[in-house]
Ligand binder design. Structure first.
Ligand code: FES
Length: 200
């Protein structure tokens, strides 16, 4: 892929509206409730934390918000998704996230905060050359894998990540997708950019 094409991939997420994606093969669509997720332009410019209402995010759905000019995904993983993560370790380059970026409290199999393991919060930028991977929640045979358990696929050069953002072995991306700091304000609100209380 040419550098130009990669740049276009980067640009795409910069202009991307907040979208919610869910279900096998679903395409992104704008949803009214996510409008309340957008921080003010000034707060966004300053890199302020972003509060996201996840009360309407159904199991299997993903929402994309912007934090510090980067796309951040929030995925409501199903219990089956969590169970499947344990079966993937042999296929992964860094299953324990030793060489990857995440807060200490998210350095676990789910790469999640203990308060709600189903919720994945992840920077949506490929660790290869910065394209924005696609959410591919399907299970089974897909166009790029004959035994897919759901995750993210980067069409730029074919990198694959599981539903914890852990990179598959043998693809160009060198590390897992980064997890930003985040905390739950309550059951239905995630604050991106701030560690949980009590974390230094
Ligand atoms: S940018 Fe190359 S695989 Fe994602």
């Amino acid at each position: 892929m040419s550098d130009d094409a990669v740049d276009k991939g980067k640009r795409r997420f910069l202009v991307q509206m907040t979208t919610i994606v869910g279900g096998a093969g679903a395409v992104g669509l704008a949803v009214p409730f996510v409008r309340s997720m957008n921080p003010s332009a000034r707060a966004e410019a300053a890199g302020a934390p972003v509060a996201v209402d996840i009360s309407k995010l159904q199991p299997g759905e993903m929402v994309t918000v912007e934090w510090r000019k980067k796309p951040v995904w929030i995925v409501n993983r199903t219990d089956q998704n969590l169970a499947d993560l344990a079966k993937l370790e042999d296929k992964l380059a860094d299953p324990a996230s030793e060489g990857s970026i995440q807060p200490e409290y998210a350095k676990n199999q789910y790469r999640a905060n203990d308060k709600n393991k189903n919720i994945l919060v992840m920077e949506g930028i490929c660790t290869h050359l910065g394209c924005s991977p696609k959410y591919r929640p399907e299970i089974g045979v897909v166009d790029f894998d004959s035994d897919w358990s759901g995750g993210f696929f980067c069409p730029c050069h074919g990198s694959k990540f599981d539903l914890a953002g852990r990179v598959y072995a043998g693809v160009p991306a060198p590390t897992n997708l980064p997890v930003p700091p985040f905390r739950f304000i309550d059951e239905s609100t995630v604050l991106i950019g701030v560690d949980p209380e009590g974390v230094a």
